[in-house]
Design a protein around this ligand. Structure first.
Ligand code: CIZ
Ligand code: SF4
Length: 320
């Protein structure tokens, strides 16, 4: 509509005026991803968002995603101004893994290597030996396991259990979960599969093991987009945040993409396959972050930043 068009125009002008680049996650709403694409920014998973943000020439990064993504951008690019449409966009994994109990858990197992998911606070990253995202977690744990290392994994228990199963690594799991993926239901998916026997099932490994077990392909957002493009099937049932359909449909324009069912229905599911925090990144909020700045800027304490940079750089170097 008109209001939306006006915001888009003004944001484009403001991005230019401020030498700012918009970096958006696959789970943000389609109009945000389209805007990032049109303005020379990027749409990606958290690993590539971090790398792109670090390597681009902008003075200011607008990170449309959730809090940990803004913090990661600031840790990697302290010289850049990092703004977020809203600082209230958190993540159930981050919320479920406060630094004090997590640090105590690590202290109780000093012979373990601490591997944390990117979906964590700067303080938790600073306590870790490695940071990983879902696109690189399997390879890094495989590598550590081959060195004979025992692992503490946090915070996502489903992803941790999946990786432990795939690699056979010795892993102690923190018991966190993503409210979006945790709601996908094996029972409902089984019913849906009977209605679409020709469809392949694509699953993000933050989903419960019973759902992962039904998958034709398991992987990070980027890996699932590639699967939709390369698998021979014409139809896919996709178990991850529905924001992914924007990029997936562009990558595989002739394929039919269906949302995997959650256990609840519209009235009872908590997130209904769309992250409530990702959904806070609207056009109006982006506009506000560029005009008001204050209340939108990410700061990370210097000491924490230097500590968190070490495990983050380990991941980036490993995947380079
Ligand atoms: O669930 C998330 O927040 C994901 C998949 C983040 C990422 O690594 O892109
Ligand atoms: Fe966190 Fe899940 Fe939202 Fe990703 S989709 S930001 S893991 S709550």
């Amino acid at each position: 509509d008109l209001e939306q068009k006006r915001y888009v125009q003004e944001i484009k002008t403001l991005l230019k005026q401020n030498n700012a680049t918009l970096v958006a996650h696959y789970y943000t709403d389609p109009e945000i991803q389209a805007l990032a694409e049109e303005t020379g920014g990027c749409i990606s998973d958290s690993l590539e968002m971090a790398r792109f943000g670090r390597d681009c020439e902008a003075d200011t990064l607008i990170v449309a995603g959730v809090r940990f993504m803004g913090e990661t951008a600031k840790i990697l690019s302290p010289e850049k101004t990092v703004l977020m449409p809203t600082l209230d966009a958190t993540c159930s994994l981050d919320l479920g893994c406060p630094i004090e109990p997590f640090s105590a858990f690590c202290d109780a197992h000093p012979d373990h290597t601490v591997v944390v998911y990117a979906n964590t606070s700067a303080a938790v990253k600073a306590r870790a030996d490695w940071v990983v995202t879902s696109s690189i977690a399997l390879e890094i744990v495989e590598h550590l396991d081959s060195l004979g290392e025992k692992i503490i994994w946090g915070p996502d228990r489903h992803l941790g259990a999946y990786i432990a199963k795939q690699t056979g690594a010795d892993m102690l799991l923190w018991q966190g979960e993503c409210i979006v993926h945790d709601e996908f239901s094996a029972k409902a998916l089984n019913d849906m599969r009977h209605l679409h026997p020709d469809a392949a099932v694509l699953v993000h490994p933050e989903s419960p093991a019973s759902v992962v077990a039904m998958a034709d392909a398991v992987g990070s957002t980027t890996q699932l987009i590639n699967a939709a493009k390369t698998l021979p099937h014409k139809k896919f049932i996709v178990a991850t945040d529905r924001g992914i359909f924007y990029k997936m449909q562009h990558a595989a324009p002739d394929k039919i993409l269906l949302e995997a069912p959650t256990g609840g229905n519209g009235a009872t599911c908590k997130s209904c396959a769309h992250c409530p925090w990702m959904a806070m990144n609207g056009l109006q909020a982006i506009h506000k972050s560029l005009t008001e700045t204050s209340g939108h800027e990410i700061f990370v304490d210097d000491q924490l930043r230097e500590k968190a940079l070490i495990p983050l750089n380990r991941m980036l170097d490993f995947s380079a």
